[in-house]
Design a binder for this molecule. Structure first.
Ligand SMILES: Nc1nc2c(ncn2[C@@H]2O[C@H](COP(=O)(O)OP(=O)(O)O)[C@@H](O)[C@H]2O)c(=O)[nH]1
Ligand SMILES: [Mg+2]
Length: 304
């Protein structure tokens, strides 16, 4: 059976939603607005991993604004909360910047296991479905298995793969991939990288080398640099992201595995603290389970 995007989003956010809806139901929104209700809402937000700072700010807003608007009951307060969450998250909606030339180049970063290869595969599938020719660069040369995994996604998505032998220089793979895409007129190059580097200095050097390689071949193209974050670790991903942000210019975030966690509320502090556009969210392991981040749909899915 075909599932709509909205259904996938709702199913994907089920665990986080439970945290919201069930607690809210137990809070009973028919009741009048008092300090106890605010405290209950605070608990819900903290449990969903919205984080201390963001939760305090939201509660502050709810207290002041409900007074100003002379709200009467919990139901109205719930609407106000939805409004506030949407206002925060809409600042973080972002779309891919593919530039004006061919190929567009998208570089994927993130620690091992965050979901890079899967995201590359899902995205390759979406672009292929739109009729675009996609090249996958197997720049995670750390393990043979990583290259094999990308190869499976290339087959599933109908993309071409450029790979070297395990242990070879990732920048050389990137060179071959971008160069061949340029000469063949392919639309996109998606670059899968390794997440395990010994030190931060090593990470910075490696990323800079890859970026220089791309920019030499495509001097007028933006290098869309996507950081892939594992949604199941909630707010802990923020510190991880800061390391990558220091290492290179990150232009977008993908949050994966939101289907596997009740900590989906962490998207709020991720948005507020990192100030990097969230471009996609992963809501399952399937090839169709990657969606553009839509703040309105996200907030609605939490409360429906
Ligand atoms: N449930 C779920 N699993 C995901 C999602 N994205 C990735 N995964 C799984 O996370 C694991 C690690 O993903 P992988 O792409 O290999 O991570 P990488 O090491 O960053 O390349 C795999 O088992 C994926 O199937 C998602 O959105 N939802
Ligand atoms: Mg991988």
């Amino acid at each position: 059976m075909f599932k709509s995007m909205l259904d996938r989003l709702k199913t994907g956010l089920e665990k986080t939603k439970k945290q919201f809806v069930e607690s809210f139901n137990s809070i009973s929104f028919g009741r009048k607005i008092d300090e106890e209700l605010f405290e209950d809402i605070e608990m819900v937000l903290l449990k969903a991993d919205v984080g201390l700072q963001a939760t305090e700010e939201i509660l502050d807003f709810l207290r002041k604004e409900s007074k100003r608007r002379k709200l009467k009951d919990g139901q109205q307060l719930k609407e106000l909360l939805k409004e506030k969450l949407y206002e925060i998250l809409k600042n973080c909606e972002g779309r891919l910047n593919l530039g004006d030339e061919k190929p567009a180049v998208i570089l994927f970063l993130g620690i091992n296991g965050s979901g890079k290869t899967t995201t590359v595969g899902k995205l390759a599938y979406q672009f292929s479905k739109e009729g675009k020719s996609v090249v996958l660069a197997a720049a995670d040369t750390f393990r043979a298995a990583a290259i094999d995994q990308l190869e499976v996604w290339a087959e599933r998505s109908g993309a071409r793969i450029v790979k070297h032998s395990p242990g070879s220089d990732p920048a050389a793979v990137v060179y071959d991939a971008v160069n061949s895409a340029k000469s063949r007129g392919d639309d996109l190059v998606l670059i899968d990288t390794a997440g395990r580097l010994h030190t931060k200095e090593h990470l910075i050097k490696e990323l800079q080398k890859i970026k220089r390689t791309i920019q030499k071949l495509m001097p007028n193209q933006p290098v869309e640099t996507i950081l892939v974050l594992d949604g199941t670790i909630g707010q802990n991903s923020i510190n991880q992201a800061k390391v990558f942000k220091q290492a290179t210019d990150v232009t977008g975030i993908v949050i994966t595995k939101l289907d596997g966690t009740a900590k989906g509320g962490a998207i709020i502090p991720i948005c507020k603290e990192l100030k990097i556009p969230i471009k996609f969210i992963g809501v399952g392991e399937g090839i169709e389970d990657l969606q553009p981040f839509d703040a309105k749909a996200f907030v609605n899915a939490l409360f429906d």
